[in-house]
Design a protein around this ligand. Sequence first.
Ligand code: XIL
Length: 372
Amino acid sequence: MKNLKLSSLIILLTLFTYGVKAQGLKDSYEGIFDIGAAIDQRQVNGFGKDQIAHSILAKHFNSVTPENLMKWGSIHPSPNTYNFEPMDKLVDLAESMGARVVGHTLVWHNQTPNWVYENEQGERLDGLALIKRMEDHITAIMSRYKGRVFAYDVVNEAIFDNGEYRTSKWYEATGTEFIKRAFAKAEEIDPDAELYYNDYNMWKPAKRETAIALAKEIREAGIRIDGIGLQGHYGLESPSLEEIEASILRIAEEGFKVMFTEVDIDVLPNPVNRHGADIDATFEFEEQYNLYTDGLPAEIQEKLVKRYAELFELFKKHEDKITRITFWGIHDGGSWLNNWPMRGRTAYPLIFDRNYQEKQDIIQVLHEIAAK
Ligand code: XIL
């Protein structure tokens, strides 16, 4: 009996010293940058196993991004219908745990219903009419969450990887005008909210330079833009730390805040060695790209720990420029990478495993980096 007590004491002490820290990541990174997570309907509802999401959020995160709930198709599915309830619940939840909400996203070419671009006859709207529709959408959302949503990804992914503007329906109808007008409207409706441009593959110089030129144009027109979000959907090897660092430096040098808004690290191979996060670039499922269905081999886990460590060392080095690091999901089981760029895979990109348990090796290292 005595031995049993002693051994449980030792286990507890070991856990306390090396294992699950009582302190959350947000506490370790207090004053450095915000630590965020994207959450979806399931985590907001918190039924069954997803209840654990609430305690993880409360412990580790002081920033929350809706993974899908504020996208046009979700919050404004048809011309006269706003589906605010799920987003209201997310905001309530975030507030109950003292986390700030980042609104993602007001204007995007994806997850935006076709009716947005069309009149009642199904013909494409002209630029003016489309901008009016966009402004009404921004007004409805930002008025509702004024003072409660701290910042917005006003425009998402308007630039191709080669630095040219994406030929989206927004661009076809208005050129780059929709971007400026979106920021102007956002500033008008909630002058206290921070406003960002957000995109993937921002380590590619051509793309990043167009984003910077765009942000400067907006600012020179007297319109607010506070920062540029780098999504951060990365692989184990690519992009290099140098490439990422160059973007941090360039964006900060031009006077914009930098944030990593959708961080995850894909350990799985894919057919074309893809980069980034073009959600339309998908492939048929093939078993050869789904290597780790029974768990991640130790050597790959080590690579993942190392990659997270190097990234966070870089982020910490530039803490004066970076305001937030957001993970795109909480746990591996909920990650979009299980279904993109291929459906039905077993992905390991995040810092909590499929059972919502802390990946202690990663989290420990992240705590240590914060303390350096
Ligand atoms: C993804 C979500 O995670 C998925 O659940 C959804 O099916 C598709 O969109 N870039 C973005 C995010 O800005 O909004 C995308 O999120 C991932 C790529």
